[in-house]
Structures are given as C-alpha cells and as structure tokens.
Design a protein. Sequence first.
Length: 423
Amino acid sequence: MDNPARSAIFTAMTDTLQSTDVLIIGGSLNGAALALALGRAGLRATVIDALPRATQASAEFDGRCYAMALASVRMLRALGLWDTLAQGAQPILDIKVSDGRAGEGPAPCTLHFDHAELEEGPMGHMVEDRHLRPALLAAIDAEPNVTHLPGTRVAAQAVVGGRAEITLDDGSVLRAPLLVGADGRTGPTAGRAGIRRRVTDYRQTALVCAIEHDRPHHGVAHQFFMPPGPLAILPLTGNRSSIVWSESAAQAAAVQAMDDDGYLTVLRPRFGSFLGEIRLAGARYTYPLNMTLASSFTAPRLALVGDAARGVHPIAGQGLNAGLRDVAALAEVVALAHRRGQDIGAPDVLALYAGWRRFDTATLAFATDTFNRLFSNDNPLLRAGRDLGLGLVNAAPSLRRAFMREAAGLTGDLPRLLTGAPL
C-alpha cells in the first residue's frame, strides 16, 4: 500500500472489514446517515469514501445549506444528531412563492405557507453543510459498528458466491451480503451493476452563496420564479440568508467569473430591497443542474440511495430530504430482515425497499421537472396560468395545507426514523 496510515488500518481491522454486514460506497451525507442508522440497529457497516477526511472536515468544502423538512429533522433527532445541530439551525416559519422578473418585483398573485397552520410546528429547518457534515462524521467515528475508510476508492465490484465483493484501489478485497451505492449522480456503482441512468440536462447552473442583510428575515423562505430559473432566498441564523440562484449555464459562468462587487450588482435587482442592503458572507459556488433517474434502485446484492438513485432540480429543496427517505426506508427493511435472521441482501428484501421508494421517487422527479419547465420561461400565456394557479392554491386552505404537509415530509407511508422513532 502507498499510504502507511491506510495500511495500518487494514492490518488492524482485517477481521472487522471482512465480517461487515453492509458495504457503503460513498461517504456522502446519505452514506454516513445510512451507516449510522444501521450501526445503531446492530449491523456492521463499512463506508468506503473517496474523499480525504481533511477535505470533508473543511468549513469551505461544500458551502451548501439544506432545507431539512420536519420529517428529516425528526430522523436526525432519532439518530442523536439534532441536539448538536439545533443551535446552528434556523426554523423555516413561512414560505412565500411568487413569479416575476428581475428588477420588477413579484407578480400580484403569490402563495404563502404559514407554519401556524401545522400542528407539528415549523415545516423544517435550514442547516448548513459546514455543521451537518462534521456532526455526521463525528457520529460515525463514535459508532463502534461503523468503519469509515476515507481517501479510499473502489476499483471493481462483483457478486461472488452469493455476496457482494469490492476491490479497493490498493488491491484489498472486501465482501458483505449487501452493497449500497451512495456515490452521487455520476458515481460508478450503479453502472458497474448494469443499472442505466436517464439524464435530463436543464442547461442551467445554480449559483450558491450566503449573504448578510440589514433587516431580519423572520424565518421566511422565498422562492422567486424568474424566466431564466428560480431564485431561492433561504433564512439562516442571524441576519443571513442562503441564495440558490438558477441561471442559464452561459450566464451563470459569466456571473461567477465576476468579482464580488460585480456579482452583487447582478444579484441585487433579482433579490430586491426587502431585506435592506446585502453583502456576501463567505465563498461562492456553482453547481450544474440536471435530473438523473436510475432505471432501478436495486440489482443483485445492491441498493442505491440518494442522488445515486435519483437526482432532482433543487427547485423545491427536496434533494437531501428524498435521500434521507431512501436511507430511512432501506435501514428499516435491512434491520427487520437482520432481526428475523434473513439474508439482508436477498432479492425479496431489496424488492421491499425498491417498492417502498418507487412511487415517491417518480412523483418527486415528475413534479420538480414540471415546475422547472413551467416556471423557467417568459411565455405570457404560461405566466398568466401559473400566476392564477398560485393564487387559487393560496385561496384554498385545505389545498394549501396539503402542500405544506407534503413539503414537511409528513405524507405517505413513512419509515420509523422519519417519525422520530428508533429502528
């Protein structure tokens, strides 16, 4: 082995690694959450993580913030993480959705979701990646049933003798009854298993940053639909907000190339003046926008979770929430099979997981794709129709409440973790 530290790890942990129950490729938020959930349920999980630990621990690693639905917050609480995260999390009290053009303000018809209409409280919380990722890493480090191998890549995978087998880049071979792909939209795990992806390129790029503003946001999240793409203004702690601003790929590249003053000059007419003067608070990032959908969530001895299974447009802020639904469902199915003495990677076990997540995944992919296409244009007939639609939903309390419960993750057949119950 080229890395002495890794050599020592493998020498000391050979027996543990070879007797693991679940191999998880990808140390993403979803991969780490799955490992933690499985570990707490008494299964042994090994996380193979291509990124070095120092990269993930850096405060500047990602820059994104997540709108964690109420159900996802309950899951984090069930996993023992929420007490650590709560202090840096911002409750989302209201959501305001509007249509318009940069510099002109919103159209008259808007949609307003008020958390007071939900008995359960806030629809969710904003959590910054720089808080969430270190908390998850610390938790899996402290969990004796989880082994984390950062800076490690998978060179090959196969099903051999009724077990999943992976070969690492240093030649080490690991085996387990179940392999999980949590390696993102472009990760190779699905492809190695013969699972195809359908990719829709939106030709949009998300410009992501945090800003400071003079006036308080009062916990209100804004979604402003403009012809090039939506602008989300999401409340953070203090007088700060997270910006997720979608533009055409060419325009986004031009804006990202500007200095900070130029960047803010382009942002201000889109943002408006309702929060007073704005200033950048940290680094700026860009992310290409597309939709990817795996043809299957499972293959022999393999399950996919998170963006490895489905990646959607951030228009509704549901990407990580959907991934955590995958994690909660798979962890529950596997934990129950384990307790019953079943083979946790058997086809019937994996079929339960795939069936549980199939409808929700198809619905989310269709909804985000449709909303993006409907709102990211300047067609006058579509503008009139969508503005009327926003106004009608806003005027119908029962319909508005149904949308709120969906956004909070409270609908459907929820896995136990999403209700706040342990496995």
